[in-house]
Every structure is written in structure tokens, then in C-alpha cells.
Write a protein that binds this ligand. Structure first.
Ligand SMILES: [Zn+2]
Ligand SMILES: [Zn+2]
Length: 427
């Protein structure tokens, strides 16, 4: 089957492309770029992309799909449906399923479930330690052979520096990046929001920024020592970001991601005690948000990732202290990136594509992705930068509805998602 994406504006930063160009897709791959005025093949399905941006498929480096074990919150199929509706052609699920993805059988199971759903690609992230309990290293080599692209103990970061050092050496030997949720729990435990003036006013226990800073600094030192690539997940503090900036300048192999909620909201959003403002790391204060915007602008931040964390309505309908951490994010990410970054002039569209596609593909070494050069895999995100729309939790394709952005208006949206040459979503 051939598909011609016609009249669109092609942004392919990996090849310096940023202008009108038609894209011919054949057998799941990009077959050719067809310049304006060139003769077009006739035996093809045509997608009219007039007024639209055609970009290499967006890759969400950090999601929670809850399967196996918590299918009432999300399944791989429902998570992938939400992903493609949000413009993501690939998602990378964290290992905190039940059982934990700490072995090849579960890694394989996740990939098979995604293939069955036939929507987004799923590239699982394996656990660093068995059951993510911080003691014994998981079988990283076997998980990699089964398709894992990185290792992480995400919400349960390895507390013991000695074990983390060995984990990094082990991951390096398998050429796997270590994804690091930076939180020293001896400083943050019991906390439910950012520690600051507002937590004091609200009478809620705070999680200090330095809990993130200290862990980031520790693991950057370990990355330098071991020569391992570490990727800092959902960076939310000025201190952690400064540490990454310095590390990069020193030539240490470190990258980092930011979530849309951390570049959009501050701890002020917690004032109504809406449990959909509770996540880890927490929404920080204005000075941290400004530092994050600076990091997005100056290139310190490599990627935008959602940390999509679905929870059932009953679980979030608790007192703020008792509700679980996490919000959904797959369907609002691009809208937020437009509202807060592109439409406000913080970044341009080329940089947006770098943050959502080029860099995630590079960090996880996903060959043939993050670009639309002829020969690459035809994973394509098509964007209408001028479409104004309203996000409604009720319309979400996720099984869960725990987003603080219900009713928000956005200008900029993914209007079609193509995975392996097939149109899997069309707005
Ligand atoms: Zn995390
Ligand atoms: Zn997470």
C-alpha cells in the first residue's frame, strides 16, 4: 500500500528539512520525498496535509501503562489508543507493573500486547533491580534481548549508592541507558506536594526540592565514574537542572526530560486540593518553573515526556494526603507544548520536534525513527498548529480520567498519527 502525504510542511530536523515537501510512504517505510512540481505517482492513497506540519513520529519516553496487574486503570491497548490520539507513535512504559517488568517474559508480553492492539509502538523499560526493591540487579541483558530500551526503577529509585554504581556498570556493559527518578526518600518521604510557602499554608507535608537535587548530583557523579549514560526523568527543580547543565559541560553522558505539567503549572494549582495536582516529583514553585523554561530554551532539556500515570477515579477521590501520585498526560501534551512553549515564543516548531521525536529516538537508539529520511520507518505525526480545541476528560481514550486539564482550551493539536505507514488515528 502506498500513501502520499501531500501539500504539508515537512519538519525533519535530523536532515535540516523545514519546508514544503510531499512524503511518499510504501510498505511501512518512507519511500521518497517528492518536491513541488515533480510528477506524483498516481496509484496511491492521498492524505491532504495542506496547512499542516508533517513530523517524524513523536516518542513518549516515559509512560505507565499498568498492564500487567492493574488493568482497571489502563491496559496496553487503552494506553496506546490514548497515545495515538495525542500524536505519539511510540511509548516507553515504565516497569512498575504487577509483577514488575524485571525479566524478559514480561518485556515480551508488553510488546506482544502492543502488537495485538496495533496502534502505537511499545518500547518497554526494564527494572534496574528485581521487583524494583533496590537490592538485587535484574537480568538487564535478557530484557534488552527481548526488546527493552533502557532500565529504571522509576518511582522507587535505588537508595543505595553502592548498588546504583554496580547497576550502572552492568547497564553500561549492555549499552542500556539508566533512567533516573531523582528523589532521596529520606528527605521527601511522607510529603505530598512541593515544600514551600504554599505547603505551609495548606498544612500539607512538603517534598523539598533538595531531595531531587541531591539524588541527581549523586547519580551524575556515579555516571561520570562508570561512564554510563544516565537520563534524568521528569526534572522539576532548578538545582537538578543546573547539575545536568554542568555535567553536560563537563562531557558527562547525561540527558534529561521534562513533563508538560512541570512547564505549565506551579504548586499554586494545589490550593484547591484537587488530587489531580498530586504527582511525583510535585508541581514546584514559580522559580523552578522559570528554570525549566530556560532549560527547554537553552537545550539543557533534551525531551518532553508525559509520565502518563493513570489512576481510577475512586483512588483519586480521597483526601489529598491519601490519594496516589500521578496524572494522565498522553492526550494533553502537545496542546500544552503549543500553549506554553510554541505559542508563547519559548521555542519554535523545529525545537518541538527535536524534543518530542529526534532526541528520544537518539537517547534510546531507536534505529530508523526520529527522522523521515527516505528509508526510515514511516512513523509520522501530523500537526495542525492553528487548530483550537478543548480537552475533555470524558472524551479521553485512556481508561482513567485523572487530568487537571479537563476543560482547557488549546491551540495546536495532532490531527493524524501514522504508525508503520498505517493511519491509526485521525481527528
Ligand atoms: Zn518518576
Ligand atoms: Zn513515572
Amino acid at each position: 500500500m502506498k500513501l502520499l502525504i501531500k501539500n504539508g510542511h515537512l519538519i525533519d530536523p535530523a536532515n535540516g528539512q523545514n519546508s514544503g515537501q510531499d512524503v511518499l510512504v510504501e510498505d511501512g517505510k518512507v519511500a521518497a520525498w517528492v518536491g513541488r512540481g515533480e510528477e506524483l505517482p498516481t496509484d496511491v492513497e492521498v492524505f491532504d496535509a495542506s496547512g499542516l506540519i508533517v513530523a517524524p513520529g513523536f516518542i513518549d519516553m516515559h509512560v505507565h501503562l499498568r498492564e500487567p496487574g492493574q488493568e482497571h486503570k489502563e491496559t496496553i491497548a487503552s494506553g496506546c489508543a490514548a497515545a495515538v490520539a495525542g500524536g505519539w507513535t511510540s511509548v516507553c512504559p515504565m516497569p512498575n507493573t504487577n509483577p514488575v517488568n524485571d525479566n524478559a517474559a514480561i518485556t515480551r508480553y508488553m510488546i506482544e500486547q502492543a502488537e495485538r492492539a496495533g496502534l502505537a509502538n511499545v518500547f518497554p523499560i526494564g527494572a534496574i533491580t528485581k521487583s524494583s526493591d533496590g537490592s538485587e540487579l535484574a537480568e538487564m541483558g535478557e530484557m534488552k534481548a527481548a526488546g527493552a530500551v533502557a532500565v529504571s526503577d522509576d518511582g522507587r529509585p535505588v537508595p543505595n549508592a553502592g548498588i546504583m554504581r554496580r547497576a550502572m556498570q552492568y547497564a553500561r556493559d549492555f549499552d542500556l541507558p539508566v533512567i533516573d527518578h531523582c528523589e532521596d526518600k529520606s528527605l521527601s518521604s511522607g510529603g505530598v506536594m512541593h515544600e514551600g510557602k504554599i505547603s505551609l499554608l495548606l498544612g500539607l507535608k512538603g517534598m523539598p526540592a533538595l531531595a531531587e537535587d541531591i539524588d541527581a548530583v549523586r547519580d551524575i557523579i556515579l555516571a561520570k565514574d562508570t561512564g554510563t549514560h544516565i537520563h534524568i526523568a521528569h526534572v522539576s527543580t532548578k538545582g537538578a537542572l543546573d547539575a545536568v547543565r554542568r555535567a553536560k559541560a563537563d562531557g558527562i553522558n547525561v540527558t534529561c526530560e521534562v513533563t508538560p505539567h512541570h512547564f505549565t503549572l506551579t504548586d499554586k494549582a494545589v490550593e484547591g486540593y484537587d488530587t489531580n495536582t498530586k504527582m511525583a516529583p510535585p508541581l514546584r514553585s514559580q522559580e523552578h518553573l522559570e528554570a525549566i523554561l530556560e532549560g527547554i530554551k537553552d537545550g539543557t532539556i533534551d525531551a518532553i515526556a508525559t509520565d502518563h500515570a493513570p489512576h481510577h477515579a475512586d483512588e483519586k477521590a480521597l483526601e489529598y494526603d491519601r490519594a496516589p501520585f500521578g496524572i494522565t498526560g498522553l492526550e494533553t501534551a502537545i496542546g500544552l507544548a503549543f500553549n506554553e512553549l510554541v505559542n508563547k515564543g519559548v521555542i519554535d516548531l523545529v525545537r518541538l520536534v527535536e524534543l518530542c521525536s529526534v532526541n528520544p529516538a537518539k537517547i534510546f537508539k531507536l534505529a530508523g525513527r526520529g527522522t523521515l529520511v527516505p528509508g526510515s520507518i514511516a512513523d509520522i505525526t501530523i500537526i495542525d498548529p492553528n487548530l483550537t480545541w478543548i480537552y475533555r476528560n470524558a472524551d479521553s481514550r485512556s481508561k482513567s480520567r485523572n487530568s487537571p486539564f479537563d476543560g482547557c482550551e488549546f491551540t495546536g493539536a495532532a490531527v493524524a498519527t501514522i504508525v508503520g505507514g498505517r493511519i491509526v488515528y485521525r481527528r
